[in-house]
Design a protein around this ligand. Sequence first.
Ligand SMILES: [Zn+2]
Length: 362
Amino acid sequence: MKKIVLFCVSAIYIANACAQSAKMDFEAYNPTSTLVVPEHKLSRSKFPFIDVHNHQFDMPTADLSRLIRDMDKLNMAVMVNLSGQNGNRLQQSVNNVKKNFPKRFIVFANVDFNKVGEAGWGEAAAKQLEEDVKNGANGLKVFKNLGFSVKDINGNRVPVDDPRLNPVWQKCAELKIPVLIHTADPKPFWDPVDEHNERWMEITSHPNRKRGPENPVPFETLIEEQHQLFKKNAKTTFIAAHFGWYPNNLGKLGQLLDELPNVVVEFGAVIAELGRQPKMAKLFFTKYQDRILFGKDSWVPEEYATYFRVLETEDEYFPYHKKYHAFWPMYGMGLPDAILKKIYYKNALRIVPNIDKTQFPD
Ligand SMILES: [Zn+2]
């Protein structure tokens, strides 16, 4: 009997010791919040909105009524499809839109950066763009491959501000269409992948996102090239995607906007940065209320709820939808209606041509 009791006591002791020293996997740790505060979950936006950063790759043939159903649920009046490509594909996308939902979609063209360095490349690309706009494109989207992987005919990386591309930017100014441009990636992708890296989980789960000083160049180089592009093409309107990768340094982003009147920003994929600094973000949105457009990027309709809640409510400590972007909770900015209207549609109506204005309140 004595022996059995002794055995039980030691078993309990060992179990406790194990529990205390057990290492919990960081990705698995997901404690339920005990905080009780008012909640205002939003499945649709307060005002109809224009999403200026969306990708629909099958637009030439897609059944757009399925998209429209999801858009209507969110109160998305207009979707800007940045993946319009060029030439025939672009024309097919525009035709599908015009035939079925002419007021609900805007299509941006893309330039083919193959063969930079060939004589007359810039003029030919500008000419193609002019044709695409004639065929119904209302803007140009430049993907991050410019700066990362685009090479000229001699195999050299093409910098974002390469003067050989200037005819394209000049054509955009002439046609009065904006250029939505994504350059680089979040700075932590260049940093050591260790316990200090805020994007550790994202890099670990998506190892191909890791960058380095020579893969292909430092973060600072790419960002500086983008800013030079903006400076050297002052007559062209640029929409810097993802808050120009300074959503975590709004002071710096504000300085840039002060220096570059031809630049506006959109917050696709970076709402988690704004939702962790609601006071600073509200100051920023107040000061730069004419320079910010609504963008989301990946088309996952459920995720828009986080955007609406950060923008519209004053909710505290609510979850973000993707742990590898943010393991921290969100707080709402509680923007007033006048600013919300600018972010949701007024700024986009000013910057992007040919959006039907009758779908929006004054
Ligand atoms: Zn995108």
